[in-house]
Design a protein around this ligand. Sequence first.
Ligand code: MRU
Length: 348
Amino acid sequence: MIKTISWKNNKVFLLDQRALPAAERYVTCTSYKQVIAAIKNLTVRGAPAIGVAAGFAAALGALGLGELMSDKFRKRFFAICDQINQARPTARNLAWALERMKKSFILAQNFPPRKIAAALISEAKRIYSEDIEINRKLGKNGARLIAHHDNILTHCNAGALATAGYGTALGVIRAAKAQGKQVHVYVDETRPVLQGARLTAWELKNEKIPFTLITDNMAGWLMQQGKIDKIIVGADRIAANGDTANKIGTYSLAVLAKEHGIPFYVAAPFSTVDVGIKSGEKIPIEKRCALEVIRVQGRNIAPKGTKVYNPAFDVTPAKLITAIITEQGILKKPYAAAIKQAHKGVNN
Ligand code: MRU
């Protein structure tokens, strides 16, 4: 299995996703600040993977506090969590993981500092291993929706690389394959950062799952020609009413899917659901730098000084989503009620 993230000897190892598919190299982080930088510069990316990295970053932060006494330790640890939380604004899993780390700290706060750090390391490791289990579960749930010989379109990378392992949208495809269903995947290249071409294609190739790469602007034409049976994407944040933020371009696919009567599925762990946000308008959308759009493989593709707008995500209204696949089951409309019900299960 791909090791997207790992923890060994108080260090975090991140598969450098900026270098794929040309090189498989790891970045080593010994401080929480290095993990923050790695989240910002997309060394590690994808909502669940960002959450797992944030947990490990908080553990590194606690280790760095050494023998500080309790009140100071608490203040500094919470300030570190706040800094980590600023790394990227859209993925719900980031704040979710940090909330878990803070709860774990509160339970351990009367221990000596070294024991607190040990408790936080254990919690971060739990977030990591639970993520793999959850993906396997949601993959199995989602595989029920997949038929033999389906042609599935996916956008961005919602695979093992975007999680601790196995993946969400690609987890569904992996599970369908494991059940003996033969599927073929159309992979949107996913401009501007090309997570589809560089990462999803790399994963599917390694897994020997048949796929065809297309540029983003080809998807509508393929749908019109009847080449797509289903669309499955991941999510960065799902509001309480089911509105879903995911990689820019997802919304266009959902509109096209509706026009062509193609099922449009979102696959995500329940930790991506933000029950505190009523609808998609409130989801913060990250704006990234102009260079991601202007420069391709180190070369400028637009005149110097060209104005660029680069939102990293868009929001697909819940009404365009056929079902949301989670480890809690397959959620259907009306999503507000389905999410409320599933949330009870998560808290119990
Ligand atoms: O900017 P990225 O690469 O972090 O964006 C990732 C996505 O949009 C994924 O589809 C999403 O995080 C789900 S990953 C299981």
